[in-house]
Design a protein around this ligand. Structure first.
Ligand SMILES: [Zn+2]
Length: 285
């Protein structure tokens, strides 16, 4: 991807080097009770569920000591800001064309742990989006992991990660996340997981839609789409389960298989139509 010396988003909170203080999991504080969804980029754990009664405590973070990122990390920070700018450009245009208003999400860079309106998270959570504060959270060390642990190298693999999280933001603004959230108490866990998969695949589709316009902006390089596809399939539930627990349990999938994730990304990339990714009414996904 061609990103050097290009405009960066200003909707970025740099919280690297801050320790997250404050109480967690306590409702009824100043921030009131926030019902929020946290969407993790990678599956697993129980953080993917609705976390309720969490106090908004993001103000409680304090800078501890001067944080000195490496030159390599700074480059990743700059890269992420450029991608966020490109995401702002494309999505605000698409929303306007559709007669809708787009609100920019914020990107929060953190190191170690972070407190969001969805609760506290650590780097091991991976990048995530919180519906309670419209922010995408990332510890930039994840990008090293993407290359080393998930075997998905390349700058456009990283761009896909951010585009997927912003895809969740798009779902949030469109009210799709809320619709799914309401089902949580009405259906079985197995059924709810299936809705989560459709939500995740739609975020992949939206990432593809963005890539469609990134190509039109002439910022893609040969191999970029393959990098994104590689990342999408590296984080499929089936591949991750096989890698980490040695076997695959389809009923527990919350993100979709490798094949599904890369296919929905591609579908979005080919069409560029923000209304063409209705994974919820698709007969088969
Ligand atoms: Zn996701």
């Amino acid at each position: 991807m061609l990103w050097k010396n290009r405009e960066q988003s200003s909707n970025v909170e740099d919280r690297r080097g801050m320790s997250s203080g404050g109480k967690l999991g306590v409702g009824g504080g100043i921030g009131g009770i926030i019902i929020a969804l946290i969407y993790m980029f990678i599956g697993g754990g129980d953080m993917g569920q609705v976390i309720d009664s969490v106090q908004s405590a993001s103000q409680n973070q304090t800078a501890t000591e001067q944080y000195k990122p490496s030159a390599q990390e700074e480059e990743l920070a700059t890269f992420s800001k450029v991608v966020m700018k490109d995401l702002e450009t494309v999505w605000s245009k698409l929303f306007t064309q559709d007669g809708k208003q787009y609100e920019y999400p914020k990107l929060v860079l953190f190191s170690g742990t972070v407190t969001s309106a969805c609760g506290r998270a650590g780097s091991s959570t991976g990048p995530f989006y919180c519906t309670g504060d419209n922010k995408v959270y990332i510890d930039l060390s994840f990008f090293q992991e993407l290359k080393a642990k998930f075997n998905a190298p390349g700058d456009f693999a990283m761009a896909y990660v951010l585009a997927h999280e912003v895809g969740h933001h798009v779902q949030n603004i469109l009210g799709i996340s809320q619709q799914v959230m309401r089902l949580r108490d009405q259906v079985s866990e197995k059924e709810y997981n299936q809705y989560m998969v459709r939500l995740e695949l739609q975020a992949d589709y939206f990432a593809g839609v963005w890539a469609h316009y990134a190509e039109k902006m002439n910022i893609l390089e040969p191999g970029d789409i393959e990098e994104a596809m590689g990342a999408a399939s590296a984080v499929g539930d089936d591949r991750l389960q096989k890698q980490y627990q040695g076997y695959v349990v389809p009923d527990s999938f919350t993100h979709g298989t490798s094949e599904q994730r890369s296919r929905w990304f591609m579908k979005g990339f080919k069409s560029g139509d923000m209304n063409g990714g209705d994974t919820f009414n698709a007969r088969s996904i």
